[in-house]
Design a protein around this ligand. Structure first.
Ligand code: TRP
Ligand code: ZN
Length: 884
């Protein structure tokens, strides 16, 4: 009831009076050291007296001995930056406690006790955005992974499941809406102007799934009737002015709920599902039970302010968080080493959902592009780790593309090997067997093994070995026999030198180059270092299509005639394989060109092959534009750079731009016609109109590369004609890379038009930071001084600096200025928001794979970070591993 003052000094515990300890190296936590917690916490009651600057928390925990654990006379409750203002055991105040590295140790003599602890926090001072924090006048929480310990003392580990009952109150004008997990059981107002609410969540959950939101919010509401006939109230909570941009989120949620019933047999289990959009958020969104908290970026969308890509991202993230209700919440993780248990599986589930919503081929290509341009570099660098890591210092650093995206690929391989139906039997068994438990990756594999009837003994290596396997391919032909020889190498990674061969399922097809057909696809599983397969009935040497649909997350190394790649790019009936052939053709050329290996003759021959394939793609009337767009896209700079032992990013950049220019020149008529055709398609969200918008901006970027003056005019026309963000952003993207008055005009117009919309202003920052403009570094420096720039908002920080760190042309500037900029940012951001600061370290950590001159500069900047006094655990760990 009271939010009145309580004494802020603890009563009488001497340990608290001690001066701050010497900074010491953060300890390494190891998977093999796991032990169950000695206490169960069946019930947790929390009482919040809410205030932006001062929130008082009273926690009452019922605890009893865990029969499955070693008994202990104390209970170890995690805390981070907290003081215990009052501690009671079974209703009696006690001084029998001590603090150790922020944690509270209490002696507990008996079998069962009630522990009551009072803490007080200042949400407005919480710039880390972990625990309870203030964002734009509201209060919200982020507890995964270890944020709950910043709210109250608790066994803050995912294997301690508890039933939560929560009471909260605060000034009703500031906090008219009070939300928590589960269902609201009572609410009201007091005569002295307080709003209060009681909530109860019947499902036992770990502390990382706790959430609370208090603020002045409005909801877009709807309902969903589950397959069992339960009517669920759905709400998407936003600030008042954002309400008309919530339809897509709500519809996406409905589609996700339906899909999970149909595809995985999973039904929602509460009467209420709340989503809250918050503008200050470290990640994309969070799956708290019954109360998801989202970055506004993944909720708000309308055609005027969100691109087609943004619409898809909203749908995908809404689905991802919803799917966690089973893969994460009902079955949770035993410890944080098992993170891929929920994240890898949930990413696979959201990918399959989006494939069904948006089209399988294009979605698969997009997912592979992300994997190869983000996860492959991670897997070949100093931060490489298995999808189930063996150790960490700071768990936030392991929310990675490896755990998420490679984790999804590993489960996808099981699905490929089992087939859809048997895979479903496996997941059914997993959910049934482990419902209500905190499980391990091993539990998941065993359930798939038992349910799907697979032998996954050797396959388990995918969980323990890091590094992207390399598969070399050789196809021979003699008489009527084709012989496929495969060989695998799993590269060395930090702490793992001796690798074993893993089972690699490869979908293959052998094409007759005259008929353009193949006699059926097969899955070959390479499960030894080498393997050979023979195929009969080929009078001519066939063309091999391999790793179709990207059936295994490996890199394929093969010698193949360019003519065969041109053939596959035009003829393969697997759309992914067509894309792949095109990528292989272009990547091969760019690598050779950037190495300086090409004679003028060879260069023009390669460009002819690429031109032939590109022309066929432009002309192919059977292709839809979304797929055509994928086939037109050049491989990303990072993917090409990955192919070198030591790359010169500037050379790769130049060759890639030169190829763009060549293609733009050669196909100027076709591209202009395409741009005109696409420009005449009216705006709608259907696939055809979306496809038109995709090829429109792609055509524009090739045209601008070929003829900047003409490109600028066309881009300005596209900008001015735009009635949606996809076209407008596309045009502005092209313009920011060019010189001239159109650039300035469009940037000014865009800013004025959207100055009140932070998500669109983020785009404005990001476009300038990713631009091809020669003065991009100066632009970024100036933008950092812009009145709208702030280090307190992670979206804004990322929009300027993540965008810049991913812009090879700026980041890898030969004088090292790009590295310096990012390093200065890390140092300045680390004390404010360590989690976000640490995410910038990996770009510098790539130094070993960059040519020696730049590598030395990158390393020197890492050392500058390492020498800084009192680094966060997050940044400390990433920097030491990167230098390692
Ligand atoms: N579990 C979240 C997801 O993937 C991830 C997440 C959201 C997170 N916020 C976080 C992880 C903060 C660490 C810290 O859906
Ligand atoms: Zn997730």
């Amino acid at each position: 009831m009271d939010i009145a003052r309580t004494p802020s000094t603890p009563e009488g515990n001497p340990e608290l009076a001690d001066a701050a300890p010497e900074p010491k190296e953060p300890p390494v936590i190891r998977r093999e050291d796991y032990e169950p917690f000695p206490w169960l916490v069946p019930q947790t009651a929390l009482d919040f007296g809410l205030g932006l600057e001062r929130t008082k928390v009273v926690a009452r925990l019922t605890v009893e001995r865990n029969p499955a654990a070693e008994p202990s006379a104390t209970i170890h409750l995690n805390g981070d930056g907290l003081e215990p203002l009052e501690v009671e055991i079974d209703g009696t105040p006690t001084l029998e406690w001590s603090l150790e590295d922020g944690d509270l140790l209490l002696s507990l003599p008996g079998e069962k006790h009630e522990v009551r602890i009072v803490t007080e926090i200042d949400p407005s001072a919480n710039s880390q955005l972990m625990g309870l924090y203030a964002s734009g006048g509201m209060l919200c929480t982020q507890c995964e992974a270890e944020g709950f310990r910043r709210i109250t003392f608790f066994p803050d580990r995912p294997d301690v499941l508890s039933v939560y009952t929560v009471s909260m109150r605060g000034p009703k004008d500031q906090f008219p809406i009070l939300l928590c997990n589960g269902n609201e059981t009572a609410s009201g107002e007091t005569e002295d102007g307080l709003r209060w609410a009681d909530w109860h969540d019947p499902w036992p959950k770990p502390s990382y799934l706790f959430a609370l939101v208090a603020g002045d919010l409005v909801a877009k509401s709807g309902t969903f009737t589950t397959m069992g006939g339960r009517e669920v109230e759905l709400n998407v909570w936003v600030r008042e002015g954002d309400l008309d941009r919530t339809d897509h989120a709500l519809e996406s949620l409905r589609r996700a709920m339906k899909w999970d019933e149909e595809t995985f047999g999973r039904e929602y289990d509460l009467d209420l599902y709340n989503i809250v959009a918050v503008s200050d958020f470290n990640m994309g969104a969070m799956e708290n039970k019954g109360l998801n908290v989202f970055n506004t970026k993944y909720v708000l969308a309308d055609p005027e302010t969100a691109t087609d890509g943004d619409f898809d991202a909203v749908e995908g993230v809404i689905a991802h968080e919803y799917f966690h209700n089973w893969s994460g919440n009902r079955v949770t993780c035993r410890d944080w080493f098992q993170l891929s248990l929920k994240e890898g599986f949930t990413v696979l589930r959201d990918q399959l959902f989006s494939q069904d919503m948006q089209g399988e081929a294009v979605k698969r290509i997009e997912d592979v592009r992300v994997l190869r341009s983000v996860q492959f570099p991670e897997d070949s660098g100093p931060l490489a780790h298995p999808i189930r890591p063996d150790s960490f210092r700071e768990i936030s650093n392991f929310y990675t593309a490896t755990v998420y995206n490679k984790g999804a690929e590993v489960i996808r391989m099981m699905r490929t090997m089992a087939g859809e139906e048997r895979f479903r039997k496996g997941t059914d068994l997993y959910f049934n067997r482990h419902d209500g438990e905190a499980a391990t990756c091993e539990d998941f594999v065993s359930a798939i093994e038992d349910g799907a009837g697979l032998d996954l003994q050797q396959f388990r290596l995918w969980y323990s070995q890091a590094g992207t396997p390399k598969v070399s391919v050789d196809l021979r032909h003699s008489g009527s026999t084709a012989t496929l020889a495969l060989r695998q190498v799993v590269p060395q990674t930090p702490d793992q030198s001796d690798k074993k061969p893993m089972p690699i399922p490869l979908r293959i097809a052998l094409f007759d180059r005259e008929t353009g057909r193949h006699g059926g696809e097969e899955v070959v599983v390479l499960d030894a270092a080498e393997g050979e397969w023979t195929f009969e009935g080929f009078d001519r040497a066939p063309v091999l299509s391999i790793n179709r649909g990207f059936s295994a997350p490996v890199s394929i190394e093969r010698r193949i005639e360019e003519a065969d790649l041109v053939f596959l790019a035009a003829k393969d009936d697997d759309p992914f394989a067509r894309y792949e052939a095109m990528q292989e053709l272009v990547t091969g050329h760019l690598v050779a060109a950037a190495k300086g290996e090409l004679s003028d003759d060879a260069r023009s021959r390669a460009r002819d092959f690429i031109g032939e394939a590109f022309g066929a793609i432009l002309a192919d009337e059977a292709l839809d534009d979304q797929m055509r767009g994928e086939l037109m896209m050049l491989p990303t700079q990072t993917y090409v750079t990955e192919q070198f032992d030591q790359a010169d990013p500037q050379r790769v950049f130049e060759e890639r731009e030169a190829l763009k220019r060549t293609l733009g020149e050669r196909f100027v008529e076709e591209l202009r016609a395409m741009h005109d055709r696409a420009s005449s398609v009216p705006y709608s969200l259907d696939a055809e109109a979306r496809g038109a918008r995709k090829v429109k901006t792609l055509a524009l970027s090739f045209l601008a590369a070929a003829d900047p003056a003409d490109g600028a005019q066309r881009a300005e026309r596209q900008y001015e004609a735009a009635d949606n963000m996809t076209d407008r952003q596309g045009a502005l993207m092209v313009l920011t890379g060019l010189e001239g008055p159109q650039r300035t005009r469009a940037l000014l117009d865009f800013y004025e038009r959207y100055r009140d919309n932070p998500l669109v202003i983020d785009k404005w920052f990001a476009l300038q930071a990713t631009s091809l403009h020669p003065k991009v570094i100066e632009h970024v420096k100036a933008l950092a001084e812009h009145p709208d720039f702030t280090l307190r908002n992670p979206n804004r920080v990322r929009s300027l600096y993540m965008a810049f760190a991913g812009n090879p042309h700026g980041f890898h500037a030969a004088d090292g200025e790009g590295y310096r900029l990012v390093t200065d940012l890390v140092l300045e951001l680390d004390p404010i928001n360590p989690q976000t600061a640490a995410r910038f370290v990996p770009s510098l950590g790539r130094w070993r794979r960059i040519e020696p001159g730049r590598a030395a500069k990158m390393r020197a900047e890492l050392e500058r970070i390492a020498e800084a006094p009192s680094l966060s655990r997050d940044t400390y760990e990433q920097v030491t591993r990167s230098l390692g």
